[in-house]
Design a binder for this molecule. Structure first.
Ligand SMILES: [Zn+2]
Length: 325
């Protein structure tokens, strides 16, 4: 079956009667860009990372402030780390890291399932950790981090449970991803305005339940094969949605030499010097976009002298802290 070719976009809909909103997102090019750097992932892992990517876009678009959303899983299973991040301009990036023997730790049939099951992939011994970080990117505001339970069956239901707890408003998510496209639909109740009569409340609830029933008819293949505007029309035309906004989504990696430098400085001078001694230079590839960053001995010396300056020369006065290169 041929797939809908469209642009990478996110649309926002408003349902007045239900007092609810919907976000629909479709990642084509941006998702394939992510996968270029993660060749040969089996369908379950493509599904996992794609669903996280689509979810990060819809969550970022629903923030009340301008900021980014980072979904990060430190796995206790074959997946060591899975990260999807979407910024306020809907620039998305994602990466996944696996254990060395990941393929041996899993039933091969499970890897072929496009709907990833969280426990065997991420939480085999109950030590996995899924966090959701909201970053307003304001100097005076620290990022907010919430912990999402990995007890649920899927990424979508894990995020739904988290949102029900943190926002006290019902949210439902439908997510799907294959090696070409990552898509999602988010339905979210909005806070009721004061003074709603019981009759109005009941009709709001009824309209919300209709929306959920309609969205529940959506299978993963229909989600993947239909662009957001057509899908919105097909599912919800009887509910008279208002199209509020359509925004482009694109791959974006904000990595920089300065950030990589800070990461290297945090590894410590001994570690860096031992790499320099063995390799002659330190080369770092960005996990998200594969961009290479090289630091020779002079560059590394500079990193540590900058770090020492920042620390008020404290370390420079201690024995053994002088640069060897
Ligand atoms: Zn990068």
């Amino acid at each position: 079956m041929s797939k809908a070719r469209g642009r990478d976009e996110l649309i926002k809909l408003l349902f007045t009667e239900a007092g609810a909103r919907a976000h629909l997102v479709r990642l084509d090019q941006s998702w394939r860009h992510v996968l270029q750097h993660h060749a040969d992932l089996p369908p379950a892992l493509v599904g996992l990372l794609g669903q996280m990517s689509a979810a990060s876009c819809m969550l970022s678009a629903s923030l009340k402030f301008s900021g980014s959303v980072l979904l990060q899983i430190h796995g206790d299973g074959p997946v060591r780390l899975a990260v999807a991040e979407c910024n306020a301009d809907l620039g998305v990036r994602a990466t996944i890291k696996l254990t060395e023997n990941w393929a041996q730790d899993l039933d091969p049939n499970l890897l072929l399932q496009p709907e990833p099951s969280l426990r065997p992939l991420l939480n085999q011994h109950g030590q996995g950790r899924f966090s959701l970080v909201l970053d307003a990117r304001q100097p005076d505001q620290r990022p907010y981090q919430g912990i999402v339970s990995l007890d649920d069956q899927s990424i979508g239901s894990a995020i739904e449970s988290y949102m029900a707890q943190s926002e006290q408003l019902a949210s439902r998510l439908w997510l799907a991803a294959d090696d070409q496209t990552a898509c999602g639909l988010l339905l979210q109740q909005m806070p009721a305005e004061g003074g709603h009569s019981p009759v109005k409340q009941a009709s709001r609830l009824e309209a919300w339940e209709r929306l959920v029933l309609l969205a529940d008819t959506l299978g993963p293949s229909e989600l993947l094969q239909t662009n957001p505007q057509d899908l919105a029309h097909r599912l919800f035309w009887q509910e008279s949605p208002r199209l509020l906004q359509s925004q482009l989504v694109q791959f974006s990696c904000p990595c920089s030499r300065a950030r990589v430098g800070r990461m290297l400085a945090s590894l410590g001078q001994t570690e860096i010097e031992s790499i320099l001694a063995a390799e002659g230079r330190v080369e770092v590839l960005c996990d998200f976009c594969n961009r290479p960053y090289q630091f020779d001995a002079v560059d590394c010396g500079q990193l540590f002298s900058e770090a020492q300056q920042a620390a008020g020369f404290e370390r420079a006065t201690q024995p053994g802290s002088s640069m060897k290169h």
